[in-house]
Ligand binder design. Sequence first.
Ligand code: NAD
Ligand code: AKB
Length: 315
Amino acid sequence: MKRILITGVNGQIGSELVDRLLQFVDADKIVGLDLRPAMPPYVIAHETVDITNKEALRQIVEKYQADTIFHLASLLSAVGEMNPDQAWHVNMTGLKNVLDIARGKNIQIFWPSSIAVFGPNSPRQNTPQKTILDPNTMYGITKRAGELLCQYYHEKFNVDVRSVRYPGIISHKTEPGGGTTDYAVAIYYEAVRNRVYTCFVAPDTCLPMMYMDDAVRAAVEIMQADLEAIKVHTSYNLTAVSFTAAELAREITKHIPEFRCNYEPDFRQEIALSWPQTIDDSAARADWNWQHKFDLAGITTDMLEKLDKKIRGRN
Ligand code: NAD
Ligand code: AKB
């Protein structure tokens, strides 16, 4: 990890991965790429490029001599359902471009898959690493196909690509970009801003979630693990905590007693119901020592403290 390219750097995960990497890599060794221009603070180099443009991407990899790519540029589940052609194009062409450019070049890749690889026929409790994978969203289909593509490039071309199936990620720095789990972030913003939130999934909807600190640490730790330790070359199940929307609202009322959550499920409800409620991530824990640190209480305390500062400017 000497020269790092982060695609989708402006996004929810990319913007925080930069902060994590800056703890042990100099700023001039990291470059961000996104369809959108750089966002402040302008700490690292930035290239405004479409990931589906292979030649432009190749030039950037060569210009910065990247030996590590965190490939995060993607369309997420809800946005993907609204524009399935674009989701296929960005998610599949983007990933294949990254894999093709890494071929024969000793470039290590991190690419996140998602709980969206599971579908209505996958077991929803303690979902195993290996099970039925029949996603019924375009986003999930691109993640499933992407996992197989990563395994193929590893087996046929020896590309060192590593992957985790992230659950919903909760964070306070950059708002999420159009996923089904976005309610688990929006609820905190609205609790701080207005003391009321209208949730787009039903109160008993339960999904696996993870705090951003754990998510970016997982990305770095799987990349730093010995190659021999990595035994899953599709994507590792990964989780921290699972809770219902009502349990999340209840946790917030421990800090903000007047907070109220209403429920008006929309098309994202059906997507949520096709995903697991709890995940078995024992392979990640055994192979590269994955351990989460934040539970729901820890996430809630930190989110409310950080958002209070961000929104209300309180110290
Ligand atoms: P995000 O939507 O917040 O950010 C994606 C970024 O990609 C955006 O900044 C967007 O401008 C950029 N982008 C989109 N199309 C592009 C293109 N054609 N060329 C270049 N850049 C483009 O997403 P995120 O939440 O940061 O997710 C990053 C990765 O993690 C994705 O692969 C996503 O599927 C995966 N993931 C995220 C979550 C989550 O809860 N955030 C959960 C599971 C998996
Ligand atoms: C989404 O909801 O689309 C993402 C994910 C779980 O992949 N947060």
